[in-house]
Design a protein. Structure first.
Length: 206
């Protein structure tokens, strides 16, 4: 049975009609193994990060740090990964609740803000990523139109992690890279030590 609106087929046989909606296209998956960082560089090892797509999505899954109480961060490059540190403005807020049910809050986190700077961008803030054997962090980062040479480049992320002091932490991160130069590489790392394990997968949205 088909779903038709104003003469246009939307669904037919359980599938969305061609040209309706967006498709998520798998580009590259990287797996950490005591890795100092994970980098996605356009044109390297099958990575596409240019004007092919207007939106790119990074899914970071079960990121486990080799060092306790660290930040999990990212930054961008305009020179194919030769250097990182694009001027950024961002804001950050989160909710948290601990296992003992003795502490919970929702609020703005100024410690993870960047008013205008080239610092690493915190996806898990202020040394809170735990290295406990059963702890990890996961989330999704969206970067919009990175190859645009007219406008700044916006991003938004949502991350969940096991706080090193046994809190559940749900974080919301939004900002922009203050450059009109095309961004062509993204690097993920921890503030100290290595990414012990986990995966980061890059998708393009068509």
């Amino acid at each position: 049975m088909a779903l038709i609106s104003n003469g246009t087929t939307i669904f037919d046989g359980g599938s969305m009609a061609s040209g309706i909606g967006s498709a998520m296209v798998l580009i590259k998956k990287l797996t950490a193994s005591s890795s100092s960082d994970l980098q996605f560089v356009h044109g390297s090892s099958g990575v596409v990060f240019d004007s092919t797509y207007k939106e790119y999505v990074f899914v970071y899954n079960s990121i486990h740090s080799g060092t306790n109480a660290v930040e999990f961060t990212f930054q961008a490059s305009t020179d194919g990964g030769s250097s990182y540190g694009i001027t950024t403005t961002q804001t950050y807020f989160n909710a948290y609740h601990n296992e003992a049910d003795s502490g919970a809050a929702l609020g703005y986190e100024g410690v993870a803000d960047i008013p205008s700077g080239t610092d690493e961008i915190e996806l898990i803030r202020e040394n809170k990523l735990s290295s406990d054997s059963d702890h990890s962090g996961s989330g999704v980062l969206h970067i919009f139109d990175p190859a645009n040479t007219t406008f700044v480049k916006h991003y938004t992320a949502r991350t969940h992690t096991n706080h090193e002091a046994d809190y559940n932490m749900d974080s919301f991160i939004n900002g922009y890279f203050n450059t009109t130069t095309a961004i062509n590489a993204i690097r993920f790392k921890t503030s100290s030590g290595n990414i012990d394990s986990g995966t980061i997968t890059l998708y393009g949205i068509s």
